[in-house]
Design a protein around this ligand. Structure first.
Ligand code: SAM
Length: 218
C-alpha cells in the first residue's frame, strides 16, 4: 500500500472558488448529485461545465501502465469511469489491454467515447457486479468519496475483492484547515471526505491494501 501521485501529469484544473461558492445552493447540489447532463455538460456551477475528450488522460494512462506493469491481455477496471476517457486511453497506450469501466451515470455512459462502447457497465461502486479477482488492476479516481462513509467502506472492500489489492484510488482530501475550508467552498458531490489520516483509517477498516492519493485544492 503506497501513497503515490499517479495523476501528476494532468494539467491543473481551473477553479473559480468564489464563483462556485456563491452559486451553490441545495438545488444546485441536488442536480449535480444526479450525475446527469447538467453535471457533465451544463454550466460550471453544476460540475464539469462541459467534459470533452482532449487526450489529457493519455499521460496518466502511461503512468498507470508503468506503475502496475500492465500488459496486453490483462484486465483493468475503472470504477467511476465517466465517459470512458481513461478506458480509451489505457487501450491506446497499451494495445491489447482489456480495459473496462463502471459508473452510476447513465448520461456519461451514453455519451462515452466510441472506443469504450460495450466496455462500460452501469452500476454503483459499493456493489461491483464481477466475480472475485476478475481484474489485474482496479482504479477509482475521484469517485468513491461520492458515497456516504459506510458505502465508501463497502466500495473499498469491493475494489479489494476484485483486484486482490493491485489497485489505485484517489479521493478528496486536505492537509490543513485552510485547505479544508477551500474544499468545502468548492465541493458539490462528495458525501465523505477527510484528512489523509481519516482516509487511511478507513482503508485499514476496509482491508484495502492498494495504492492511493489525494485530490487537494489549494
Ligand atoms: C469527479 S467524476 C470523476 C470521473 C473520472 N474518474 C475522472 O477522474 O475524470 C466522479 C465520477 O463518479 C461517478 N460516480 C458517482 N457516484 C458513483 C457511484 N456510487 N458509483 C460509481 N460511480 C459513481 C460519477 O458519475 C462520475 O463519473
Amino acid at each position: 500500500m503506497a501513497e503515490i501521485d499517479l495523476l501528476g501529469s494532468l494539467p491543473r484544473a481551473k477553479r473559480n472558488i468564489q464563483k462556485r461558492s456563491e452559486g451553490k445552493s441545495a438545488a444546485v447540489i441536488a442536480e449535480a448529485r444526479k450525475f446527469g447532463e447538467m453535471y457533465w455538460d451544463g454550466p460550471r456551477e453544476y460540475g464539469y461545465g462541459g467534459y470533452r475528450y482532449d487526450g489529457r488522460w493519455r499521460s496518466v494512462a502511461r503512468d498507470l501502465i508503468s506503475h502496475f506493469g500492465l500488459k496486453p491481455g490483462m484486465r483493468v477496471l475503472d470504477v467511476g469511469c465517466g465517459k470512458g476517457f481513461l478506458v480509451k486511453d489505457l487501450m491506446l497506450e497499451c494495445p491489447g489491454l482489456e480495459a473496462f469501466g463502471l459508473d452510476i451515470s447513465l448520461y456519461a455512459l451514453t455519451h462515452c467515447e466510441r472506443e469504450a462502447v460495450g466496455r462500460l457497465h452501469l452500476g454503483s461502486a459499493e456493489k461491483l457486479p464481477f466475480p472475485d479477482r476478475t481484474f489485474d488492476c482496479v482504479l477509482s479516481i475521484n469517485t468513491i468519496h461520492n458515497l456516504p462513509r459506510p458505502k465508501v467502506l463497502e466500495a473499498l472492500r469491493e475494489i479489494q475483492r476484485l483486484s486482490g489489492g493491485r489497485a489505485f484510488v484517489q479521493v478528496d482530501s486536505y492537509r490543513t484547515p485552510e485547505q479544508k475550508e477551500i474544499f468545502e467552498s468548492w465541493v458539490l458531490t462528495a458525501e465523505f471526505h477527510d484528512y489523509p489520516d481519516g482516509w487511511l483509517a478507513l482503508f485499514r477498516d476496509a482491508g484495502y491494501t492498494g495504492d492511493y492519493y489525494w485530490t487537494i485544492i489549494d
